[in-house]
Design a protein around this ligand. Structure first.
Ligand code: AKB
Length: 313
């Protein structure tokens, strides 16, 4: 039997699907969901739930002791667009929550951590195409700065204290079960909802803004595979590059038009354009493939098919 797992930030876009998948795998009672707010019915009804503030060390410690938690997935974070509006709140949430779980592991109260990083760790001086695992990283966003700092701390806690912390740099994630909130890549989810509802979408990123993206099923599979891999296979303890597809707004529009021929796309770039312009267009994830066997399954057209089928019901 798998030892108990705690998901912090279980009600967000990734947390919701991760919690459900882990509960399917390891049993509902073995996966404790937590967040500062309640989630949707499938999350709330499939296993235990705790209201929890990710910045409150004592509260997390209480839950860890109560359920005899072995692993934590820390999914709570303020994303790129919102973080530009609230820099200090973003820094406090993104960094303090990470220190809380790193310190619990340092004190041997838990054994393993998953912490998500992002393509936002890269900046305008990073090579734009086929961005390698190790390269220039000068993030120009609040969110990116917090993720890059987090990566440095993860590697430090691994090397200095032997903390088993594992991480991937998620690209933009596309899913139909839960809406994303406050990210720059959110347009790639909103567009499917609007295409089905109104037959049109106004993109806040302009034509030609190519970004790395991934269908949620691939992201969840990568996350669980990484956590289940033997420790000696995990050679990168900052965070792994992870890739599947890259596309610009006009590409996703063309993919939707294969199913909804009258779909219309217009463009009205806002402050998120500058954030997107600072990020890579495509990612080289050779290390993740070689070290722990990562392989994506969904391309853009398969993603479109899944999104329209599931949202259309
Ligand atoms: C965002 O847009 O902020 C996130 C991310 C790429 O980490 N989806």
């Amino acid at each position: 039997m798998h030892k108990p797992i705690l998901i912090i930030g279980a009600c967000g876009q990734i947390g919701t699907e991760l919690t459900i998948e882990l509960r399917n795998k390891y049993g509902g009672d073995n996966v404790i969901a937590s967040d500062i707010r309640e989630g949707n019915d499938s999350l709330m009804q499939s296993g235990p739930f705790e209201l929890l503030d990710a910045t409150n060390y004592a509260a997390i410690e209480d839950v860890v002791m109560h359920y005899d938690i072995d692993e934590i997935y820390l999914m709570a974070a303020m994303l790129s667009a919102t973080a530009e509006k609230f820099p200090m709140r973003a820094w406090n949430l993104n960094m303090n929550s990470l220190f809380n779980v790193l310190n619990l592991a340092k004190e041997s109260k838990i054994n393993k951590i998953f912490w998500p990083s992002s393509i936002a760790v890269f900046g305008p001086n990073t090579p734009k195409e086929g961005t390698p695992q190790s390269t220039i990283m000068e993030p120009s966003t609040v969110y990116g700065i917090s993720k890059q700092s987090g990566e440095r701390w993860c590697e430090y806690y691994f090397k200095k204290y032997g903390v088993d912390v594992r991480s991937v740099r998620y690209p933009g994630l596309i899913s139909w079960k839960t809406m994303p909130g406050g990210g720059t890549t959110d347009y790639a989810v909103e567009i499917y909802h609007e295409a089905l509802k109104n037959g049109q979408y106004e993109s806040f990123l302009k034509k030609g803004t190519k970004l790395p993206m991934m269908y949620m099923d691939d992201a969840i599979r990568a996350t669980i595979n990484l956590m289940e891999s033997p420790a000696e296979q995990i050679k990168v303890r900052s965070s792994y590059n992870l890739a599947s597809m890259s596309f610009a707004p006009e590409d996703i529009s063309a993919s939707i038009q294969k199913h909804i021929p009258d779909f219309k796309m217009s463009y009205a770039p806002d402050f998120r354009q500058q954030i997107a312009d600072s990020w890579p267009g495509s990612i080289d994830d050779t290390e993740a493939r070689e070290h722990w066997g990562w392989e994506p399954r969904f391309d853009l057209d398969q993603t479109t098919q899944e999104m329209l089928k599931n949202l259309g019901n």
